[in-house]
Design a protein around this ligand. Structure first.
Ligand code: HEM
Length: 292
């Protein structure tokens, strides 16, 4: 028995390495996903139509006869991302300082060493902790309401009071994601040149640029959503497609009487013109109604 205990103690477990590998893998997928996600959400900067096109494409609208798409496709995407998010978070918790004492020791050592990569690791721990709550709320809402639409999203942000949570989540995700991808490159030696110090500096520069780029897109997108949401406050729940259809219908309805009126006027004036050469010409009437 003693021999067995000694032997099993001597045997190094591969579990920590496997868990580390799983954490890197899920982190890589989520980090790259967030870049794509931010570009897609950023389409709102180019207008409601652009965002609607992206949303409908995500809902695989091109496969449906009605053009309405399948929100269930978004549900499945969110389900996969949420699962990866939870796995990644659970694996990350292993490395958190679990008591105030541990936290104090860590902070003291960080101050003593003044090592920038250790500071980056600490930022990751803090942002990861905040994202655990903020990210879960966002993902749960997307899971239960997999409805993406410029007005619905903007209503969620303003009338649903989600903007403070999105702002916190945005800052956390951009810091956490780019630091995470940078640390992955360092850890596994990706893109490492011959001069290790130089490639570390280059990677750090790229990391900072990526953070600024995605943070700018995210903040601009949030501002555009806020403006749309404020303007749409009295029509919460109305979808962009319905709104576009209503506008089209109203324009069509308004156009019919005006056209008929113009036609009647023109016909009448044509008759009058046959007797009075000085009468108003049809072209003047059409100009007055703005019809060319
Ligand atoms: C497949 C999964 C996901 C989908 C379908 C999705 C979809 C969306 C949509 C449609 C918006 C616009 C606002 C809204 O409609 O509420 C949004 C905003 C946002 N999402 Fe996600 N999201 C996903 C995953 C994530 C994850 C994992 C995170 C980070 C943990 C995240 C962070 C954010 C942030 C920070 C915003 C605000 C961005 C801004 O307004 O600039 N999302 N997301």
């Amino acid at each position: 028995m003693d021999d067995y205990i000694i032997e099993s103690n001597q045997k190094k477990s591969r579990m920590p390495a496997r868990l580390d590998f799983a954490q890197s893998g899920t982190g890589l997928i989520l980090g790259l996903f967030m870049w794509v996600h931010m570009l897609l959400v950023g389409s709102i900067i180019f207008g409601k139509g652009s965002f609607n096109f992206v949303a409908k494409t995500m809902e695989l609208a091109f496969l449906s006869d009605t053009g309405h798409g399948f929100p269930i496709a978004v549900f499945f995407a969110v389900f996969i991302v949420f699962t990866l998010f939870i796995i990644h978070a659970l694996l990350g918790v292993r490395k958190f300082p679990i008591s105030w004492k541990q936290h104090r020791i860590l902070r003291d050592q960080m101050q003593m060493m003044n090592h920038s990569d250790t500071t980056l690791w600490y930022i990751q721990v803090v942002t990861g902790f905040l994202m655990f709550f903020a990210g879960s709320v966002h993902l749960y809402i997307m899971l239960t309401h997999p409805d993406i639409d410029p007005f619905i999203s903007a209503d969620r942000i303003i009338s649903g009071n989600m903007w403070p949570l999105y702002l916190i989540l945005l800052i956390c995700v951009e810091l956490h994601g780019t630091i995470g991808l940078y640390r992955l490159c360092m850890k596994w030696g990706w893109f490492a040149g011959k001069d290790a110090k130089k490639s570390r500096q280059t990677m750090k520069k790229m990391k900072n640029r990526a953070t600024i780029f995605f943070l700018t897109i995210g903040i601009l997108a949030l501002l555009v959503f806020i403006v749309i949401g404020i303007k749409h406050r009295d029509r919460v729940g109305e979808k962009y497609n319905n709104h576009a259809a209503v506008v089209e219908q109203v324009q069509a309805d308004e156009a019919i009487p005006v056209k008929e009126e113009i036609q009647a006027l023109e016909e009448g004036q044509e008759k009058e013109a046959a007797h009075e050469p000085e009468a108003i010409q049809p072209s003047d009437v059409t100009k007055q109604y703005g019809v060319t």
